[in-house]
Design a protein around this ligand. Structure first.
Ligand code: OSB
Ligand code: MG
Length: 397
């Protein structure tokens, strides 16, 4: 996808044509700690406070872009943590980008992929900040720069594992009443059939319910997973190990419910593998997990061309990462409500202004008329939450 031609009059065009290439002067790393309103438990662990690594890139004209590293505190979802991401950015990501001419944000990905494996969320934190910078330099919204078309996105919620089926039912009912358009229920062995059956019975046959196992099951559990097949779930997300497409394919043959892959999809080739093997039919797309927006766009385009449903996953992001999710979810291939809930679902107070809000009918407005992310980072709030800061500058030689 080529960036859109910048709108406007001749003087604006002059400004824009002098706006490239971009050259980064500094990359600021900052860890903030944000307590979640309530603990979020998935099959592999619980999160109560988010340790979030924020990235701020500053170019030679003093313009800036913001990004968020979406990894969890411990390596129970992906191998990355805020500490590994900090190290990776300082040692390998930043030196490849600082002081270098970047024709566009898209140019960052090849520089970050050559002989540099993994560390996708570290790469993405910086790459998305450069997309924000590019959008600001062009004077366009990130959503517009990415090729987003929707004015509003449809919103779902991801509910952590609850103490009992009754507690889950109460939560899920409240979410439907609030307007959420999809309810994802976290499951694990022994906290699955009973919970989902209760939710289906209470919410009715039409309620848009799905389950997410975060890789908690093995082939020994197949009968248990097949027992979920009559619950009318929209999909079952990542039942098996992240690196196991073959057994997902064997399981998918036994299920009419579509399997959706999350952890397994690290880049676009894994989507092709998923389809070729029949390992799943739906993609949860998380920008951080796939290494940034250029990779996310490749997955979007691949899926859209083949009518494979895609939706935007979440990693309990602050308002900065959420801005990226809202922007990408406005692309036409995102056909299922995402885990892109409003700020109030996670935080007493978010770090952006305005905060992300959801209408009564479960929609978030896509900012399309403000340059970049479309929200301002609340610097005072960020300062109050900061645990540490480091400023990276171009290598000496
Ligand atoms: O598997 O989608 C997941 C949060 C942390 C780690 C993994 C996952 C999740 C979520 C949260 O489901 C979704 C959200 O951000 O609301
Ligand atoms: Mg998931």
């Amino acid at each position: 996808m080529t960036p859109p031609t910048p709108p406007g009059s001749a003087p604006e065009r002059v400004l824009v044509s002098s706006a490239f290439p971009m050259r980064l002067r500094e990359i600021h790393l900052r860890e903030i700690q944000m307590p979640l309103k309530e603990p979020f438990r998935i099959s592999s662990g619980v999160q109560t406070v988010r340790r979030i690594l924020l990235v701020r890139v500053i170019d030679e004209d003093g313009r800036e872009g913001w990004g968020e590293c979406t990894c969890g505190e411990r390596p129970n979802y992906s191998p990355e943590t805020p500490d590994t991401a900090w190290l990776a950015i300082r040692e390998w990501v930043a030196p490849r980008l600082l002081g270098r001419d970047l024709a566009t944000a898209r140019a960052a990905r090849p520089l970050l992929e050559q002989n540099f494996r993994g560390h996708s969320m570290a790469k993405s934190a910086v790459e998305t900040a450069i997309w924000d910078l590019e959008a600001k330099r062009r004077g366009v919204a990130l959503a517009v720069l990415l090729g987003g078309e929707r004015e509003e996105i449809e919103v779902g919620i991801s509910l952590g594992i609850q103490a009992s089926p009754a507690a889950l039912v109460e939560k899920a009912q409240a979410c439907l009443a609030r307007g959420y358009r999809k309810i994802k229920i976290k499951i694990g062995p022994g906290e699955d059939v009973e919970f989902l059956t209760a939710a289906r019975a209470a919410l009715g046959p039409e309620a848009p319910l799905m389950a997410d196992a975060n890789s908690a099951y093995t082939t020994a559990d197949f009968d248990r997973l097949v027992a979920l097949d009559d619950l009318g779930l929209l999909m079952i997300e990542q039942p098996l190990a992240w690196d196991d497409l073959l057994r997902h394919a064997i399981l998918q043959r036994r299920l009419k419910t579509p399997i959706c892959l999350d952890e397994s999809i690290g880049h676009v080739d894994r989507v092709e593998d998923m389809l070729a093997l029949g390992a799943g039919r739906i993609v949860n797309l998380k920008v951080g997990r796939v290494g940034g927006l250029a990779s996310a766009l490749a997955i979007h385009d691949f899926c859209h061309a083949r009518a494979v449903p895609v939706w935007c996953g979440g990693m309990l992001e602050s308002g900065v990462g959420r801005a990226v999710n809202v922007a990408i979810a406005s692309l036409p291939g995102f056909t299922i409500p995402g885990d892109v809930s409003p700020s109030e679902r996670y935080w007493e107070r978010d770090i952006v202004r305005p905060e992300w809000t959801m209408s009564e009918n479960g929609r978030i407005r896509v900012p399309r008329d403000r340059p970049g992310l479309g929200v301002e980072v609340d610097l005072d709030r960020v300062e109050n939450l900061t645990a540490r800061v480091e400023v990276l500058t171009p290598p000496a030689n």
